[in-house]
Design a protein around this ligand. Structure first.
Ligand code: GLU
Length: 299
């Protein structure tokens, strides 16, 4: 049985890009007769709020994207993350943000930095002399990870060159998204992960963590991002495209029809229900490249 998931972060109102990914995730699993799990990814206490989680659920229900099961929110799963963390080859890193920037090589593809390994081989005495509270990084091998994305095709990445030893636990004690997502997907028995293209670069890290922890690998599908005409990714800052604004000017069926058309699933942007779409869904029809939309004409 296929098991898919919605994994929203309750850091604001759902916007059009989130709805687009959620719709494709739901269609993929429903068209296969599978089950959908909802998981609230509220790891970051500074950015997440319970009222946003409530709103997210109401918005998914308004869209007709129902789920079968709700997983425990990430903020309550610390013990499970600690157990996985203990199995990994992690070491404390005392670098400040500015030290990291000074020592790291920028990674051309997405502007993130490759960790230079500064704290990888500190001696016990060197560690004892540090006063800063450390983050914890995992030692990654210099070898290539490859996988077949259901939409984007073959992806290859060498973790040592793409990101270096990455963070498993922040200096404030919060476990990192990369670790939490792997533990939670496995706990829910997730077989397919459908999410935005922006997370494609996280997938080699997650596949590698799954291998280290003896967990199964789900099938991944990274769906196009919705972009403004200037190529910028639409984000929660575009208030006119969040569900608060959109729900005032269109029905759920009209919105789903527009998104299904943008995805390549409908020839015309006609109103449609999610259940109707699931009868015709086919990954072969879904566009692979990012999609430009004009927020003015979308309304
Ligand atoms: N919580 C993440 C987000 O809202 C999604 C993580 C995932 O799908 O793996 O961007």
């Amino acid at each position: 049985m296929e098991i898919g998931r919605f994994a929203p972060s309750p850091s604001g109102r759902m916007h059009l890009g989130n709805v687009f990914s959620a719709l494709l995730a739901w269609l993929s699993v429903r068209s296969a007769g599978g089950r959908m799990v909802l998981r609230i990814e509220d790891l970051d206490p500074d950015r997440c709020r319970p009222e946003y989680a409530v709103q997210l659920k109401r918005d998914l229900e308004w869209l007709g994207l129902f789920w079968d099961e709700e997983q425990t929110p990430q903020s309550q799963r610390t013990a499970a993350y600690a157990e996985a963390f203990a199995k990994l080859d992690a070491y404390p890193c005392y670098c400040s943000r500015s030290e990291l920037h000074a020592a790291s090589a920028p990674h051309a593809a997405d502007g993130t930095f490759v960790y230079a390994g500064t704290c990888r081989n500190l001696t016990e005495a060197e560690r004892a002399a540090k006063t800063r509270r450390p983050a914890w990084r995992v030692r990654v091998p210099d070898e290539e990870i490859s996988f077949l994305d259901g939409l984007q095709g073959e992806v290859r990445e060498n973790l040592a060159r793409a990101c270096g030893d990455f963070i498993l636990r922040r200096s404030d004690g919060v476990y990192a998204y990369q670790l939490a997502v792997v533990v939670d997907d496995a706990a829910a028995g997730v077989t397919q992960v459908v999410r935005g293209y922006d997370l494609l670069s996280s997938t080699p890290r997650q596949l590698w963590l799954q291998t280290q922890l003896g967990l199964p690998h789900p099938q991944y599908y990274h769906v196009p991002l919705l972009c403004a005409p200037d190529g910028r990714r639409l984000s929660k800052r575009e208030r006119d495209l969040d569900l608060g604004a959109l729900r005032e000017v269109m029905t759920a069926e009209a919105l789903l029809g527009r998104l299904a058309h943008l995805a390549g699933l409908l020839d015309r942007p006609e109103p449609v229900t999610a259940a109707e779409l699931s009868a015709w869904f086919d990954w072969n029809r879904v566009f692979t490249k990012n999609i430009s939309i004009n927020s003015v004409s979308f309304h």
